[in-house]
Design a protein around this ligand. Structure first.
Ligand SMILES: Nc1ncnc2c1ncn2[C@@H]1O[C@H](COP(=O)(O)OP(=O)(O)OP(=O)(O)O)[C@@H](O)[C@H]1O
Ligand SMILES: [Mg+2]
Length: 511
């Protein structure tokens, strides 16, 4: 006798043998038939009963009718906004797990979905194994009755848009981690990544998604404040604490009470201050300069750096105890060259955003230009990409950004391999060539300084480092070339830390 049956029939029969108690009902709400079909196939193999709705309205009706154990919801539906539907579902059945699928690359959508109570979030096109794992996790939690989901429908609906974008798997993971960090009020978070990878954006996103969002986010750049002033900046002082201390002043920790202190470039913090910060983390109190009493503090500390703190600990330049404390919750951002899949979505986002900023109507980028961007190594990471798009948009007269205006500055490694170091469209041999009519070295110097300042958004420490100059020399040359205010300020980094809140930054951050 022949027992050969199709796999589908086998699984259908198998599902009938499984007691109904364990049988889960899954409702798929998506208008893409292929997506519904592949999800249904996978779910049926798992003995689930599957309901499909191609519109939001139908989805809501079915959810009420079939009482699903899980909903898989597409954020982009033909008739209603998927997130509105998510909210409606969670209002009616707060404990219902919902996996949101989206082809959007905006972190906004992920955060908003989580805020409205989504259990998980999957980028489209998706890997079926990934969804299967997510489902497995939800079901096993349900089965062990541990899935006590708080009703999040009462969470704030107010939503402040974020600027983090990207739709590659590592960005989707990052959005989830940010959401986790925001929900769990861990008191210290370390954000690592090369310059321009988005450490500051991540910090803002964590703060803005957390329960601390209505309290200030106060930033201090440890590299730009002289060592002897840092303690004053962080902890404030009492009147008469030192010669110029005419009145009591609060520091960053008091200004951020209830919110977040962002210690940017923590790798540049002097060792004695590191010890003091560790004490604040452990004791949750500090003392103003010249003060007699301890002051209790309730802040979350987010520290960021592009330096290798582990190596610094080995060299004795960073305290091991502080590193281990901070490293307990660490978000490590990949360089852009390792997440190039995100480039098209980032380019699209920057064009969109810059169109709005400059009143332009650039429609997109040519495939050849995009190929150039995909081939580049991006030593300056997303910042460099943003600058390249901004520059191209300024120069482009047509609707589509062409290769003519893509000007990228390879890092030392590429330059050695013959890449263009200065200007566009230069061949390997002509990277630096003295023009026949000669050139003003001063002009070249000025141009390089401008570019370095633009690349690092006016951050003197980084611009000086990239040009191999001391900060004093850079300051002197800036003055000499009339570049004191170059580039026009758009970034919040250089604003005085004690005056800056996340709201200020929100308005100031470009991108
Ligand atoms: N995922 C992203 N989506 C959109 N823009 C991004 C992203 N990551 C970075 N950017 C943009 O890149 C620039 C640099 O980002 P950010 O200042 O957060 O980097 P950073 O890691 O703090 O750099 P640095 O170490 O130099 O301070 C900003 O203009 C920011 O808007
Ligand atoms: Mg930064």
């Amino acid at each position: 006798m022949d027992f050969l049956i199709s796999k589908d029939i086998f699984y259908d029969n198998l599902s009938r043998m499984i007691p109904t108690m364990n049988k889960k009902t899954v409702l798929i709400i998506d208008h893409e038939n292929l997506v519904c079909w592949s999800l249904a196939k996978m779910l049926k193999k798992r003995s689930c009963s599957v309901e499909i709705a191609n519109t939001g309205r139908d989805g809501l009706l079915r959810a009420m009718h079939c009482q699903p154990d899980l909903v898989i919801l597409d954020a982009a539906l033909p008739d209603v906004d998927g997130l509105d539907l998510l909210e409606e579902l969670k209002d009616n059945i707060p404990e219902l797990p919902v996996i949101v699928m989206t082809s959007s690359y905006h972190s906004n959508l992920a955060f908003q979905a989580f805020k409205l109570g989504a259990t998980d979030y999957v980028g489209k096109p998706f890997n079926i194994d990934m969804i299967e794992k997510a489902i497995e996790k939800i079901f096993s939690r349900q089965d062990t009755a541990q899935d006590v989901q708080p009703s999040r429908s009462k969470l704030r609906k107010k939503y402040e848009p974020d600027q983090l974008v990207g739709n590659c798997p590592s960005m989707v993971e990052l959005f989830k981690t940010i959401n986790l960090c925001a929900q769990n009020d861990c008191k210290t978070i370390l954000v690592l990544g090369e310059s321009g990878t988005g450490k500051e954006l991540v910090t803002h996103a964590i703060h803005d998604q957390s329960a601390r969002r209505d309290a200030p986010l106060v930033e201090v750049n440890c590299a730009s404040i002289p060592d002897n002033l840092l303690e004053n900046e962080l902890f404030g002082h009492e009147k008469g604490a030192y010669t110029d201390a005419g009145s009591r002043e609060i520091g960053v920790f008091e200004a951020a009470e209830g919110g977040t202190v962002f210690l940017d470039e923590i790798g540049d913090m002097p060792l004695n201050m590191q010890a003091k910060i560790l004490k604040v983390i452990e004791n949750r109190k500090f003392r103003r300069l010249g003060g007699q009493n301890d002051i209790a503090t309730n802040v979350r500390i987010i520290a960021a750096t592009n330096q290798d703190l582990n190596a610094m600990v080995q060299d004795g330049r960073f305290r091991g105890d502080l590193f281990y404390r901070l490293n307990m919750m660490c978000i490590s951002l990949k360089p852009l060259r390792e997440r190039k899949k995100c480039i098209p979505s980032m380019v699209e986002y920057f064009i969109d955003r810059l169109n709005g900023e400059y009143g332009r109507a650039v429609a997109g980028i040519s495939s050849e230009a995009l190929r150039m961007l995909m081939a580049h190594n991006w030593p300056g990471n997303v910042r460099e990409l943003r600058n390249a798009i901004e520059r191209a948009m300024m120069l482009e007269q047509g609707k589509i950004i062409s290769t003519d205006h893509i000007c990228i500055y390879p890092g030392a490694e590429n330059a050695r391999n013959g890449g263009c170091v200065f200007g566009c469209n230069m061949s390997a041999e002509s990277a630096i060539v003295l023009p026949p009519e000669g050139i003003s070295l001063e002009e070249v110097e000025k141009e390089y300084i401008k570019q370095a300042l633009a690349r690092y958004e006016g951050n003197q420490t980084k611009a000086a480092k990239c040009l191999g100059l001391s900060i004093d020399t850079l300051r002197y040359r800036r003055k000499k070339f009339g570049l004191d205010n170059y580039p026009a300020k758009t970034s919040p980094i250089s604003a005085p830390a004690d005056q800056k809140t996340s709201r200020d930054a929100q308005q100031a951050v470009p991108g």
